[in-house]
Design a protein around this ligand. Structure first.
Ligand code: HSE
Length: 380
């Protein structure tokens, strides 16, 4: 099988390196705006050179971003080429359209590397959903924020400094606000919920709060109480909707998630037969992510067809029934927060159980008065 490689950044270079010694899958042409120096493949800046090359069987899209990635993938599928992508933004946004297009053109679209980096999460979720009724997907799905939180819990480090290190290690997105403000993990949650429940959730319906505002003093308060803070994504199937949200969460030190180090992810599914099953591994970085891209290529080369689900029912997000107690640290004085404050944590409060929907509405008000406000849910 010969591939066209779109992008030669962190992941693209990783794919190229892993494929270099293989005979069965070879890189034919690389599309990249930079001069790549010595590479054992043709290089081009024109997507038409790949789309119109009859020798190219599959296209690997590892450029990231929505455009022109969407147009390139669309052109490749229409030209009858299989597509493998690691682009969660693309899959989250165009999950159904691209799958329909792949089907109409009799080719395969895979994106295992889009969630969990090197963890074979989506392929196992797909297999589980064939047999079991999956009720929940949740966990740590972003390597950059886990790397930052892990460092902030273990040593006294500056947020900006540790983010810079995560960028140098190739974990962070080109625009790291996608990581620290939670958009990357939200997209991974939406893709996972889609595969698990056969639904399409809308990005604007899934509330997100990231870790940009966490301070050393917050971490100290958590550690004094035996708690660890992680950025957690959660989607739970309800009767005719889905409770889905992303927020910093305080876990007991015994929880599996609390032990997740560095750029690792820990993602779990819950099903009626399997109970809870968790997947742990490197969630970001060149070779883990490239590994899953190559796994998809090998599957396609062996005749695996299709995407991960055939069902794309539109579903509403409903967070009115998901209740947590919340840690709230803000200099804003809101009577609505005073009304639910239950404990004083010396510079912060912990609330009575309130719904995720209510807390995220209050959070927007808090942020308007004090843009450094921080909240975290207390895990059950
Ligand atoms: N920026 C992402 C992360 C890369 O840190 O998890 C892997 O999707």
């Amino acid at each position: 099988m010969k591939i066209g490689l779109l992008g030669f950044g962190v992941v693209g270079r990783g794919v190229y390196d892993i494929l270099a010694p293989r005979e069965d899958i070879r890189v034919g042409t690389i599309l990249c705006r930079r001069d790549l120096g010595e590479v054992s493949a043709k290089t081009t800046r024109d997507m038409a050179d790949i789309v119109n090359d009859p020798e190219i069987d599959a296209v690997v899209e590892v450029m990231g971003g929505l455009h022109p990635a969407y147009e390139y993938v669309e052109a490749a599928l229409k030209a009858g080429k299989h597509v493998v992508t690691s682009n969660k933004h693309l899959l989250c946004h165009y999950y159904k359209e691209l799958n329909d297009l792949a089907k109409a053109n009799g080719v395969t679209l895979r994106g295992t590397a889009s969630v969990g980096g090197g963890i074979p999460w989506l392929t196992n979720l797909e297999k589980a959903a064939r047999v079991d009724h999956i009720t929940k997907v949740s966990g740590i799905m972003n390597g950059t924020t886990n790397y930052i939180m892990d460092n902030m819990h273990k040593r006294s480090v500056d947020f900006a400094e540790v983010l810079k290190k995560a960028q140098e290690l190739g974990y962070a997105e080109a625009d790291p606000s996608a990581d620290i403000d939670g958009w990357d993990i939200q997209r991974k949650l939406i893709i996972s919920a889609g595969v698990a429940f056969g639904v399409c959730l809308q990005e604007e319906d899934v509330p997100v709060f990231g870790i940009r505002n966490v301070q050393a003093a917050d971490i100290q308060r958590f550690q004094q109480r035996g708690l660890t803070c992680k950025l957690i994504a959660s989607a739970e199937r309800l009767e005719d909707s889905v409770a889905a949200y992303v927020e910093p969460t305080l876990l007991s030190s015994e929880a599996l998630e609390s032990a997740v180090p560095m750029n690792f992810n820990l993602i779990s599914m819950e099903g009626e037969y399997i109970g809870k099953e968790s997947f742990f591994g490197q969630g970001a970085g060149r070779y883990p992510t490239a590994y899953n891209v190559v796994e998809d290529l090998v599957d396609i080369n062996r005749g695996v067809k299709g995407f991960y689900t055939d069902s794309f029912e539109p579903a509403e997000t409903n967070n009115a029934g998901a209740l947590h107690r919340y840690y709230v640290r803000s200099s804003a004085k809101l009577p609505e927060v005073d009304a639910i404050a239950q404990e004083d944590w010396d510079g912060a409060v912990v609330t009575l159980p309130v719904s995720v929907a209510h807390m995220h509405t209050l959070l927007q008000k808090l942020l308007q008065e004090d843009e450094s406000s921080f909240i975290a849910a207390l895990a059950d």
